[in-house]
Design a protein around this ligand. Structure first.
Ligand SMILES: [Zn+2]
Length: 124
């Protein structure tokens, strides 16, 4: 599994196989259901207390990138000149994608500190 693929599918940064979250982003069972350890390679995700506070910065960056992307798309389709339309389109996009961005930011943050180990990636 490639790096980008493992990020988008919210996989463990070390093995790129195990799921980092117990539930999918849009499951009603809980968007915040981060596993303490990888179910595949048993890597602990809690490297230190409050480790995932840093993922707020990643989440912020993703939010800004989404807002810029939506605005550019609106401009391309000729809808971005009305500021109110652009504002509500950006807010709607960020709100709809919030559960996925929440989980994705944690996976990206963890991948900064946990290195990929190809030896354990696809073993059962
Ligand atoms: Zn793993």
């Amino acid at each position: 599994m490639s790096f980008i693929h493992s990020l988008l599918f919210l996989r463990c940064p070390k093995c790129r196989t195990g799921k980092m979250f117990q539930h999918k982003p849009y499951s009603f069972k809980g968007v915040t259901s981060l596993n303490k350890k990888c179910p595949h390679c048993n890597t602990s995700y809690q490297l230190e207390p409050s480790f995932f506070y840093g993922s707020m910065y990643v989440s912020y960056a993703l939010g800004v990138a989404l807002a810029v992307a939506v605005y550019v798309l609106l401009l391309l389709f000729g809808l971005g000149k009305n500021g109110l339309t652009a504002f509500f389109a950006i807010v709607a996009t960020i709100v709809v994608l919030a559960p996925y961005v929440y989980q994705l930011s944690k996976v990206i943050w963890a991948s900064f500190f946990i290195k990929y180990d190809p030896k354990i990636s696809d073993k059962n």
